[in-house]
Design a protein around this ligand. Structure first.
Ligand code: ADP
Ligand code: MN
Ligand code: MN
Ligand code: MN
Ligand code: MN
Length: 357
């Protein structure tokens, strides 16, 4: 697509943003598409307080998103979580949806449905997740933002948590996203600049059960939507630049009530032993092209080996030093790629540790 010469005019829009909505709200229905992106469309509803079950089921043309065939294209949108809208403000809201087929079955790309069942069945364990979403910002030329057009920046070293010109780029987008997440009630727990220049991370959690996938998807939507306003692209590819540049992951931290209590280490060890028996099945749902990232270098474990260790960032699973010292806490599954689906990650972790439903 050619670079547009006219981009949005935020100052002009502002003149209209505060107009009276005459007793209406705008609900932005958001869903996950067939490529791991987010899509959304808006509708007007009478102004009142809405919980997900109060909201109308809606639909979209699934043949335009790769989610349904053209001759049977309607996909239904079932509201599952609502959040205040940081763009439109007021009582306007963001509505996260599951996708359902016309025949009453969950859509092929609805990974939430099965995970809800697992979370419900094993709720007594009070599963907490904390996901670390790494991502890379790209310019209109698809190069990492701020990188020279022909050539490379200076080698990695100054960029991780970097401060200063030439070390950090697009902090304005990162900051806007952080604020928007807080406004919307997303349980964002922090941000940092990453090892590769133009790469950043945000963390969401701890979240209980299905809330992890919901909040991470909402946070991704907010990031894509905000970066759009800045004319910047967001890539969640796990290895955006080949060679001596860090890839991007979705480290998944996990604990149960038993693991968090005194003596919890034996529950952590038992869970890790179970994960070790299903390594390939986990890798299969831990993101596309993850083999380019999980090389055993650049703070990763090799894709064909399951390893674990205390404070070891070159292992599949890391037990944080502090947890090992205390004898309880959580562990970090470092395998998921940045483009993985949080519903699939959290679902398979539950299934492996507590059994299928
Ligand atoms: P790292 O040192 O791997 O970069 P971060 O500070 O970026 O770690 O992320 C740690 C994540 O672990 C956060 O998302 C946090 O919410 C999550 N976390 C902390 N304690 C727990 C816990 N007991 N169970 C699950 N997740 C947790
Ligand atoms: Mn139409
Ligand atoms: Mn981190
Ligand atoms: Mn990181
Ligand atoms: Mn981590």
């Amino acid at each position: 697509m050619a670079t547009p010469t006219l981009i949005s005019n935020a100052a002009n829009l502002q003149k209209f943003a505060n107009l009276d909505q005459k007793g209406n709200i705008i609900a932005e229905y958001i869903w996950v598409d067939s490529e791991g992106g987010t899509r959304s469309k808006s509708r007007t509803l009478p102004e009142k307080e809405y919980k997900p079950d109060d909201l109308p089921i809606w639909n979209f043309d699934g043949s335009s998103t790769g989610q349904a065939p053209g001759d049977n294209s309607d996909v239904y949108l079932k509201p599952v979580a609502v959040f205040p809208d940081p763009f439109r403000l007021g009582k306007n809201m963001l509505v996260l949806c599951e996708c359902w087929n016309a025949d009453g079955t969950p859509n092929k790309y609805n990974f939430r449905y099965e995970t809800v069942k697992l979370m419900d069945a094993h709720a007594a364990h009070e599963p907490w997740f904390g996901l670390e979403q790494e991502y890379t910002m790209l310019g209109q030329d698809d190069r990492p933002y701020g990188w020279p057009r022909n050539g490379f920046p200076a080698p990695q070293g100054p960029y991780y948590c970097g401060v200063g010109t030439g070390k950090a780029v697009q902090r304005d987008i990162v900051e806007a996203h952080y604020r928007a997440c807080l406004y919307s009630g997303v349980k964002i727990s922090g941000i940092n600049a990453e090892v590769m220049p133009a790469q950043w991370e945000f963390q969401v959690g701890p979240c209980l059960g299905i809330e992890m996938g919901d909040h991470l998807w909402l946070a991704r939507f907010l990031l894509y939507r905000i970066a759009e306003e800045f004319g910047v692209k967001v890539s969640v590819h796990p290895k955006p630049i080949p060679g001596d540049w860090n890839g991007a992951g979705l480290h998944s931290n996990f604990s149960t009530r038993e693991m968090r209590e005194e003596g919890g280490m034996k529950h952590i060890e038992a869970a890790i032993a179970k994960l070790g028996t299903r390594h390939r099945e986990h890798i299969a749902v831990y993101g596309e092209e993850n083999e380019k990232r999980l090389t055993g270098r650049h703070e990763t474990g090799a894709i064909d080996q399951f390893t674990f260790g205390v404070a070891n960032r070159g292992a599949s699973i890391r037990i944080p030093r502090e947890c090992a010292a205390k004898g309880h806490g959580y562990f970090e599954d470092r395998r998921p790629a940045s483009n993985a689906d949080p519903y699939q990650i959290t679902g398979i972790i539950m299934e492996t540790i507590f059994g299928a439903v």
